[in-house]
Design a binder for this molecule. Structure first.
Ligand code: ZN
Length: 426
């Protein structure tokens, strides 16, 4: 049977209200993480729906993963549809968790209110709108093309917002994302409907602690202030490290433009007496000061060199500054990943964008990481991109929303992409 894309597009258009209803149903389940609320209810919503449409549904609890408990089980769902004709598998992976609501909302964050063609609510953009679009895309394609070859999978996974260890990382370790069962992965994160996201920069988090000697605050010369030592670290970063980072620019197409440079955020500095007590503080010289750094690095940089750059500055302070002593502790690290533009999934999604939107796709790289890191490094699946509706800048913001039209158009792109990948490789 010849495939006419306009037939599947018509089918998706006809299901616009269903797409809105599914998104609203998903958003109304507050899957706030941390702590990881209501994952099981959200997974069941997807599993019941897809099971009724002929998918083979598996629920996988990431037992023993960080945060998993009977009160907050790390529930994941994988639904698989097999055509009965052997061929490749296209997998759509979405995280079901959302970040906390925060202040400043005009709309009820879990009512999923529809206003002027938009759905408002926590998780509409990041990324329940993309999840719903992938469900409608896959269901419409299966209805339209009974002669498909290969398999289609949809997963809803936990904990992406806190590193993905109770979600995609766990599923990778258990073989759900592996070359013998999945060929192409599309992650409907909100990167905008006309962009293919090839990967992300790297991350290194570390805690630096400076050490001092406690003394009475009226006689600071008898002690040694860890906070003053930390201020020396900060001024060395200002004068030496930050200018160096600004000079490192990547050829990765990272958006926004500022993230084409290496960056480092100082997440926190804590020193001296603890906070949160009433009354006056005690007169003490601080014997400890801790700083957490969040260094984002480029595919051209080596993680080892990234760490040594910071350690080298701390070592030179140890040589130059009397009494300076420090420890540094790694907290978290992810190396950069980037799928080639001409890889099957990247080029197929780009071609689908062009035919749905009548404009060439942009290839981008995300400034921060997402679950592609686990699919790449643990699952060893290299044919993976992120593609989904929604404006990246709205993620995690108050009054987060998704444009209904963007969901419909990206569902068309997803259906066309899945069709292309299943047939081109068959
Ligand atoms: Zn997300």
């Amino acid at each position: 049977m010849t495939f006419d894309p306009s037939d599947v597009f018509d089918r998706i258009e006809a299901r616009r209200e269903e797409l809105v209803a599914l998104t609203r149903d998903l958003v109304r389940i507050p899957t706030t993480n941390p702590p990881g609320e209501n994952y099981t209810d959200c997974a069941r919503l997807l599993g019941d729906r897809l099971g009724a449409r002929g998918f083979d549904v598996s629920y996988v609890r990431a037992e023993g993963s960080v945060g998993d408990s009977d009160r907050y089980p790390r529930s994941n769902i994988i639904a698989r549809w097999e055509s009965g004709r052997p061929g490749p598998t296209v997998h759509f992976n979405s995280h079901i968790d959302v970040v906390e609501v925060g202040a400043g909302w005009q709309h009820d964050p879990f009512a999923a209110t529809v206003v002027d063609g938009r759905i408002y609510g926590r998780g509409t953009c990041d990324m329940k709108g993309g999840l719903a679009a992938s469900v409608i895309a896959v269901e419409s394609l299966i209805e339209q093309c009974p002669d498909l070859i290969g398999s289609l999978e949809i997963s809803g996974t936990a904990d992406e917002e806190t590193g993905g260890y109770g979600g995609v990382a766990y599923l990778c370790e258990k073989g759900w994302f592996a070359r013998d069962r999945v060929d192409h992965v599309i992650i409907p994160e909100p990167l905008n409907k006309d962009r293919v996201c090839l990967g992300h920069r790297g991350v290194w988090w570390a805690e630096i602690e400076t050490h001092g000697r406690i003394a009475h605050g009226s006689m600071p010369f008898l002690g040694d202030s860890a906070i003053r030592h930390m201020s020396a670290v900060l001024s060395t970063f200002e004068s030496e490290l930050f200018p160096r980072l600004q000079e490192k620019r990547t050829t990765m197409p990272v958006v926004p433009d500022g993230a084409k440079e290496s960056t480092m955020n100082i997440n926190s500095v804590h020193g001296g007496l603890g906070e949160g007590f009433d009354g006056l503080p005690a007169a003490l010289v601080a014997d400890s000061c801790r700083m957490v750094i969040d260094r984002r690095f480029l595919i051209e940089e080596d993680l080892h060199e990234v760490k040594n750059e910071v350690r080298g500055l701390l070592e030179s302070l140890r040589d130059q500054r009397p009494g300076f002593d420090y420890t540094i502790r790694d907290l978290f690290e992810v190396v950069p990943t980037m799928t080639e533009r001409d890889a099957p999934v990247a080029s197929t999604v780009a071609a689908a964008i062009e035919s749905v939107l009548n404009k060439p796709a942009d290839f981008v790289v995300s400034p921060g990481t997402y679950d592609q890191k686990h699919i790449d490094r643990i699952g060893l699946l290299k044919d993976c991109v992120a593609y989904g509706p929604g404006i990246l800048d709205l993620a995690h913001q108050p009054d987060e929303y998704i444009e209904i039209e963007d969901m419909v158009e990206s569902a068309k792109v997803m259906a066309l992409s899945a069709h292309g990948l299943l047939h081109a490789n068959g």
